[in-house]
Structures are given as structure tokens and as C-alpha cells.
Design a protein around this ligand. Structure first.
Ligand SMILES: NC(=O)c1ccc[n+]([C@@H]2O[C@H](COP(=O)([O-])OP(=O)(O)OC[C@H]3O[C@@H](n4cnc5c(N)ncnc54)[C@H](O)[C@@H]3O)[C@@H](O)[C@H]2O)c1
Length: 341
């Protein structure tokens, strides 16, 4: 606790999709907390995700890079966080294939800078948000926390580096680190380059939905609020040095998700455009989340209800996503999908 008797969270990447949902979740749940949001505001960081908290004296935004030791050091000096929850990352696989540099920097070196500060100042818990993508693809069965890591693109490889580096600070220095590996998230405030918000917003605007390959790649879908709840549960109840898989328990082919989105938005199937597959596209991700279930947590949202809620959120908030689909976004889109938006 700090001098005001509050538990202090340092949430990095809190202006992004999951980080901003997590900050909202924390303030809905607790009164006695202070949250420092350290975010570099890359193209994926958006302060519009958090406007409702701007006047809250217990919420502090710091614009800065987790790779900058001076900034991170100053935050530890000023606020002495009890918990670090590290969401900050370059997170889009397609961008990592074109230009891996920032991924290696933020997703590995940035983790190192945060761990060093936590080691120097001391900390109650350090949660490293990793991903199911570190395991690579699996055609049948599911990965447990003991499975071999076989990341297959620069994004997942750099996340695997950060994941294991965080563990090494537990094994070597006894830092209270826990690593979480969640499946694909969906929900409000997701940057519209990822499959669900991209397809929902394109469908709303009667634009084509670019579907990779044969559309049969499988992902397990986790509602972002369940993810936030699981992180908090693990922060309170998990064991230091452990890894926890967080699964939604809703495996779907991309084509199934696409058809469902078109149905929910009320648009025809002829909006689907098959595009050449992503290079090295992992076929299926699947997590065994028995370990977390045995600890006492499982996802509580039903997929159908949560996806309806998500689609409706994008329908009701064009003022949030329309400005994002401009400028560099359009250039990336055109180059990547070889089509205009
Ligand atoms: N989205 C998913 O489905 C999913 C699933 C499992 C795990 N994850 C992990 O969860 C975390 C958050 O994912 P997301 O989807 O919210 O990502 P996002 O791209 O929406 O947000 C990332 C945030 O990090 C910030 N950031 C990037 N580099 C930074 C740096 N050097 N210093 C400070 N801030 C920086 C960005 O400005 C942005 O606000 C990532 O670590 C990702 O690997 C995501």
C-alpha cells in the first residue's frame, strides 16, 4: 500500500485494447487503488479508451516507453507500485511479418527494463501478459503449460522471449513473477485491424471482409472481460514462478466467426473476399486451462452473448472506430490485403 493506504498498480500498455479494459475493470471492482498507466501511444494506443477516467485522481497516465529505463525508474521512484501488469507490446502478427524490429524491442527488451526496476525497488507481484501464440499451432489436442514453446512468427517469438525472461527473474532472483498465456480476445476498444473489429466495422460500412486462405484456421475466443477477471484472479491467487493458460473455451473456424458477424450486422455473405493466406499462418491454437480451473477460475461469459454485445458496441460507437480507419491504417491495409478499403 502507498502512503494514502492504496494498492498501486503499474499497468503498462493501458491505452491499448486489453489494458484499457483491465483498467476499467479495476476501477469497477476496487475503491482503494491507484493505477499508473504507462503507455507509449503507438498507433494501437488510444486515450479515447479511457476518457471517463481523466478526472479520477487515482488514475495517472504517463506517456512513455517501457524500453526507457529513466521513465520506468522515475515511475517506481514516484509511485512504488505493488503490482506490475505488463500488457505493453507490439501485438499484430501481420505487422511483425513486415517489420519485426519494434516487436523484438518492446516485447523482449521492454520486459527486461520493467523486470530490472521491479528487482531494484521490490514488488508484490509482476504479471507478464504472454499469449497462447508462444506454443505455435496444434492440429489436435490442446497445449498445457508444460508444452514445448514453438512460436512461428516474429510476434510470437518475441512474446516467448519476454515470457521466459520474466520467468528467469523468478528462478534467478526470486522476483514474484507470474506469466499468463491467454487465447484470442474480443470485445470493446479493440483496434480495427484484428479480425473481429475489422470484420464488424467493414460489414457495417458494406466493405469487403478479407478472409485468409480457406477460412478454416481455428482460434479459441476469450471475451476481454473474462480475461481481465482471470488476470486479477491470478494476481491474487496464483503461485509465483507459475504459468497459467487462460482459455475462452470457444474454438471457432474463422469462417464461422465471419458468418456470425455478417448475421449479427445483418449483411450478405457476398461481402466475404478470400485473400492469399498469411505467411506461416498457424492453423489452430488450443489451450488446456485445467490448471487455472483447478485454482478456482473459469470464463463466465457465454460466447454467443458476448459476441452479440461486442458487435453491438461497435455498431453503437462509430465515433470511436471511424477516426482510426484513416491515414497509415489505410496504407497498411492496401499494401497488406492488396485492396482498397
Ligand atoms: N489481443 C489478444 O487477443 C491477445 C491475446 C493474448 C495475449 N495478448 C497480449 O496482451 C497484451 C495486450 O494486447 P492488446 O491486444 O491489448 O494490444 P494492443 O496492441 O491493443 O495494445 C498494446 C498497447 O501497448 C502500447 N505500447 C506498445 N509499445 C509500447 C512501449 N514500448 N512502451 C509502452 N507502451 C507500449 C501501445 O501504445 C498500446 O496501447 C499484449 O502483450 C499481447 O501480446 C493479446
Amino acid at each position: 500500500m502507498n502512503r494514502e493506504g492504496k494498492m498501486v498498480y503499474l499497468v503498462t500498455g493501458g491505452a491499448g485494447f486489453i489494458g484499457s479494459n483491465y483498467i476499467h475493470y479495476l476501477f469497477r471492482r476496487y475503491q482503494n487503488i491507484k493505477v499508473i498507466n504507462l503507455d507509449k501511444l503507438t498507433y494501437a494506443g488510444n486515450l479515447a479508451n479511457l476518457t471517463d477516467l481523466e478526472s479520477n485522481p487515482d488514475y495517472i497516465f504517463v506517456k512513455g516507453d517501457i524500453c526507457d529505463p529513466a521513465v520506468v525508474h522515475q515511475i517506481f521512484l514516484d509511485y512504488r507500485p505493488n503490482y506490475v501488469v505488463n500488457f505493453a507490446a507490439e501485438s499484430h502478427v501481420d505487422r511483425s511479418i513486415g517489420k519485426p524490429d519494434d516487436f523484438i524491442r518492446t516485447d523482449m527488451f521492454g520486459v527486461f527494463i520493467l523486470l530490472e526496476a521491479a528487482k531494484e525497488f521490490g514488488i508484490d507481484r509482476f504479471i507478464q501478459i504472454s499469449t497462447d501464440e508462444v506454443y505455435g499451432s496444434i492440429l489436435s489436442g490442446s497445449f498445457t503449460e508444460e508444452s514445448t514453446l514453438r512460436p512461428s512468427n516474429p510476434y510470437s517469438a518475441s512474446k516467448a522471449g519476454g515470457d521466459r525472461l520474466a520467468y528467469s527473474y523468478f528462478a534467478t532472483y526470486g522476483l514474484p513473477v507470474i506469466v499468463t498465456r491467454a487465447s484470442n480476445n474480443y470485445g470493446p476498444y479493440q483496434y480495427p485491424e484484428k479480425l473481429i473489429p475489422l470484420f464488424v466495422t467493414n460489414a457495417i460500412e458494406d466493405k469487403p471482409l478479407p478472409l485468409y486462405g480457406d477460412g478454416k484456421n481455428i482460434r479459441d475466443w476469450l471475451f476481454v472481460e473474462d480475461h481481465c477477471d482471470a488476470i486479477e484472479f491470478i494476481l491474487r491467487n496464483g503461485k509465483n514462478g507459475e504459468v497459467y493458460n487462460i482459455a475462452g473455451g470457444s474454438e471457432k473456424e474463422n469462417i464461422e466467426i465471419t458468418n456470425l458477424i455478417l448475421e449479427l450486422v445483418g449483411k450478405p455473405k457476398n461481402l466475404i473476399r478470400y485473400v492469399p493466406d498469411r505467411i506461416g499462418h498457424d492453423r489452430r491454437y488450443s489451450l488446456d486451462a485445467t490448471k487455472l480451473k483447478n485454482l478456482g477460475w473459469q470464463a463466465s461469459h457465454n460466447f454467443r452473448e458476448a459476441i452479440e454485445l461486442t458487435v453491438n458496441w461497435y455498431i453503437e460507437h462509430p465515433e470511436w472506430w471511424k477516426p482510426l480507419k484513416s491515414g497509415e491504417y489505410l496504407e497498411f491495409y492496401k499494401k497488406h490485403y492488396k485492396m482498397e478499403l
